[in-house]
Design a binder for this molecule. Sequence first.
Ligand SMILES: Nc1ncnc2c1ncn2[C@@H]1O[C@H](COP(=O)(O)OP(=O)(O)OP(=O)(O)O)[C@@H](O)[C@H]1O
Ligand SMILES: [Mg+2]
Length: 466
Amino acid sequence: MAQITTTSELRDITKMERIGAHSHIRGLGLNDLLEPRSGPDSEGMIGQAKARKAAGLILKMVRERKIAGRAILMAGPPSSGKTAIAMGMAQTLGTDVPFTMISASEVFSLSMSKTEALTQAFRRSIGVRIKEETEIIEGEVVEIQIDRSLTGAQTTGRLTIKTQDMETVYDLGTKMIDALTKEKIIAGDVISIDRASGKINKLGRSYARSRDYDATGADTKFVQTPSGELQTRREVVHTVSLHEIDVINSRTQGFLALFAGDTGEIKPELRAQIDGKVGEWREEGKAEIVPGVLFIDEVHMLDIECFSFLNRALEQELSPLVIMASNRGMARIRGTTYKSPHGLPVDLLDRVLIITTAKYTDDDIEKIIQIRCAEEDTKLSDDALKILTTMASQTTLRYALNLISCAQVVALKRKSPAGLVDVDDLRRCYSFFLDEKRSVQWVGEGTAGLIGEDDGQDTRKDRMEE
Ligand SMILES: Nc1ncnc2c1ncn2[C@@H]1O[C@H](COP(=O)(O)OP(=O)(O)OP(=O)(O)O)[C@@H](O)[C@H]1O
Ligand SMILES: [Mg+2]
């Protein structure tokens, strides 16, 4: 059990912030009545009111635990915000409810079977909230003393820590010294140490030290030195996913596999054991199941075997809410010769609630472009904004959004004042890069000399039918 606690650190490592296609999205932008907000409170979301409301309603049901084991399909044309809404849902749920996002094609891997990959995705999306009593040392650091032996091989040390009422000296082992160094703990910090796992938490700087300017930055948090006993017992709650418990307990993989992401297949017997154990914890009141959300993007890439697995998995006792997204109309189901709406077999389709996303109006497109420009630190002139909006409605929103960063580079290159992007910069980028329609046309003309199965004829139609 001691190991399981450290998994919360994992999340911090894997969640890196960067400017991605959806980094402007911070939630669904709904108010308490699930009405979409606009303006600065919209959490980066524009338009698509119906789909957002529906998504909000679903989340409400997830939070109230009314909807596990069901499936939702988001259907709509390309770049109409299906993935964006899913990201918004993930943000709204927060870190306590697991949200797993996979693309259907990830299921086809050489290192494990399709059903194993799906099972892992399912179990990643089911949280177990475990309550534990741990002993905690909490106080203000008075002094850290580290003695290195001459060879450097052995390090010992002592930590003096106090509350307002008492002071104690603890001997430090190498592991604790490393942890203290890693967290950059210095005298005057108020910290808490989990005795079982050795995890150190920096709570802030002591008020008494608020005059030590050299050790404080702009974002330094000052806290009161705790009073009373140094050691206290405290109930801590942490949420881990069933999959994390599986991996940690599978003897061949062990804890490190979680970092590598290379978990391999997990034996069904082990899973059964873990389910049993979790069941016991639940009965003893030590743990609670938190069904989360599994989002499968581009779900039409799954094949008939995966779909039949989904059908069954959804009916099991421990099942998350499954949200799928597809941009296909009538499409062939992989692994069969049938066609079916959205590329989903009808029996699965029958079990899902369908949320549709619609094409954007010019007004919405303009607002989305503005948000993306702010996100990418790019300024467009008014005319450029109008042109880019027109481009988006004639090509696709995604193409237009992709042009933003290219146009910025072009504008900077010609030393435009303050890097302002103008119509010409956009025009140049438009001529540099084909959009989907022009590429279809180019290929279709047959003059490009490309090798094709049917000389490029009807490429577009084929693709839509795939
Ligand atoms: N309502 C919206 N508000 C803000 N940004 C949006 C909205 N809808 C889409 N976007 C942005 O537009 C881009 C394209 O949208 P998205 O990737 O969500 O489309 P999609 O429906 O998943 O398309 P596909 O079917 O091709 O996967 C993304 O960068 C997304 O963040
Ligand atoms: Mg998408």
